[in-house]
Ligand binder design. Structure first.
Ligand code: FAD
Ligand code: NA7
Length: 449
């Protein structure tokens, strides 16, 4: 029997399990179907969407996986990530607002996974320690089983890596950090904006985390927020209390100096400087090495590890598209494993990767980047039986969302978008995001969302 190891039970790992469960000849227990084992180091599924208050090490002494924080609301329209085979309407029994808080999206992810009946395939509290080739030409996966308190090794024919890439901080050093007397942290450890009420905060970076953590701090009453970036300002029409500066050059006590000669006194520095693709458990020859980009290095069709096609990686791209792209990738990986998709030779795979990267390098703006990832996702959908979900509409909604952010960075979540699955128009959530302080599922669904 073909044995498949899946590393991680976040959205990508769950997509992979669900892809198999959705196929009558490959679902768990099907005669001649593969045997699936999913290893998850945490005690619950959902990956980043499974909130933890912990930082640093988790209860087992493993690096804490969670990077999400309280009051996190979806940073893109939920319609753009909707599963093609499980709509939000089906899950909630009605149409809900377009930018739900984390707990609502966690509930949605769990809903499909529970219906799919895949939980028994997941070995929780199992941290993957190593993946290497076995003498028999398979792969040996060694895990630490924290329940039993022992290491376990098993052999597999395929390994699908779905361990995420937004958990290991990229933390640059700036002169003077050693003697900064305030709070100094990476976004990975940010948990609650209330910690910064009445504080002066410096946020470093100009991407999603910087934009959202600056907005969170403002929303929950920080005295001031300065955003410092090395490649130009985010350029939003920020409310009073948030300003943008060029990159910091050094820190002296509580004083931060910027490249334009200006300075500011701050109580906290939050480094929103991104994450590293980090797979210490993969043997050198099986380890993906790539920047955080749309066209990843080393992955044919963004999924199949080009040097060794029996190893696959899901969700390793920089992300506009998320859950439905993960599904399309999981369906593709499933069909490779089942022998339904014939892969070209190594040279052709390398050519495909190089061409994609050249095409990405030629992209001129975010609108083209969105369309690029939409076309990529559509291409996978076209090669599998994952239901078509109207990527042109999703691209258009991403474009609208970008424009809404330009119009009002604090107001873009006060719009409703159209489901590409059911066609339903989402209501606008009340109260507006800037005044909605409770991020619980009960509050969100109870507000007439
Ligand atoms: P993860 O969610 O990271 O899950 C990986 C899983 O692998 C985890 O459960 C982890 O415990 C497990 N794992 C890791 N290493 C091991 C190991 N050695 N052994 C066993 N198990 C292991 N996307 C959106 O669509 N909308 C948003 O609003 C949004 N907001 C975000 C906010 C933040 C702060 C971050 C960091 C990301 C956000 N994302 C958002 C993107 C996010 O990457 C995806 O939504 C999604 O969580 C990625 O799923 P994944 O399965 O690839 O990885
Ligand atoms: P991103 O999107 O990878 O962005 C990282 C940011 O950090 C980006 O603005 C970088 O600037 C900046 N950066 C990286 N290194 C440095 C150094 N050395 N000095 C200053 N600035 C630096 O990560 P995010 O955390 O924002 O987003 C990741 C996910 O979390 C995303 O999917 C969201 O949904 C939530 P650059 O542009 O390279 O100059």
């Amino acid at each position: 029997m073909t044995r498949v190891a899946i590393i991680g039970a976040g959205p990508c790992g769950l997509s992979q399990l669900h892809a198999f469960a959705s196929d009558s000849s490959a679902r768990p227990g099907a005669v001649g179907g593969p045997e699936l084992v999913c290893y998850e180091k945490q005690s619950d599924w959902g990956g980043l969407w499974n909130y933890t208050w912990r930082t640093g090490l988790d209860e087992n002494g493993e690096p804490c996986h969670g990077s999400m924080y309280r009051y996190l609301w979806s940073n893109g329209p939920k319609e753009c990530l909707e599963f093609a085979d499980y709509s939000f309407e089906e899950h909630f029994g009605r149409s809900v607002g377009s930018f739900p808080p984390r707990a609502v999206l966690f509930d949605y992810i769990k809903g499909r996974a529970e219906r799919s009946g895949i939980k028994d395939l997941i070995r929780f509290n199992h941290a993957v320690r190593s993946v290497s080739r076995s003498d028999a030409g398979r792969f040996t996966v060694t895990t630490h089983d924290y329940g039993a308190g022992s290491a376990v090794s098993e052999d597999f024919d395929y390994v699908v890596v779905a361990s995420g890439h937004f958990s290991t901080p990229n933390m640059p050093h700036y002169p003077g950090y050693e003697t900064f007397g305030g709070t100094l942290m990476h976004a990975h450890d940010f948990r609650d904006a209330v910690q910064f009420t009445d504080r002066d905060v410096l946020v470093i970076g100009s991407s999603y985390s910087a934009e959202d953590i600056a907005s969170q701090c403002w929303k929950y009453g920080a005295r001031s927020v300065v955003c410092s970036s090395r490649s130009g300002p985010m350029g939003f029409d920020w409310p009073e209390g948030i300003v943008e500066k060029p990159i910091l050059t050094r820190v002296e006590g509580r004083t931060v100096h910027f490249a334009d000669g200006d300075s500011a006194e701050v109580d906290a520095i939050i480094s929103c400087t991104g994450y590293l693709h980090h797979f210490p458990f993969m043997d050198d020859e099986l380890r993906l090495t790539t920047a955080n980009r749309l066209a990843t290095s080393m992955l044919y069709r963004g999924v199949v590890f080009q040097p060794e096609n029996r190893v696959m990686y899901l969700g390793m791209q920089d992300q506009w598209y998320t859950f439905n792209m993960f599904d399309a990738q999981a369906w593709y990986a499933r069909d490779v494993i089942l022998g339904r998709i014939t892969l070209p030779g190594a040279d052709e795979q390398a050519r495909w990767i190089a061409e994609r990267q050249a095409a990405e390098d030629a992209i001129e703006d975010d609108y083209q980047a969105i369309d690029f990832q939409g076309a990529y996702t559509q291409d996978l959908v076209d090669q599998t039986d994952y239901p078509d979900f109207n990527t042109p509409l999703v691209n258009r909604m991403f474009h609208d969302w970008k424009k809404h952010k330009k119009q009002s960075i604090m107001g873009y979540r006060d719009h409703g978008h159209t489901s590409p699955v059911t066609g339903a128009q989402a209501p606008v959530h009340h109260p507006p995001w800037a005044h909605a302080m409770d991020d619980s599922l009960e509050a969100y669904l109870g507000e007439g969302a």
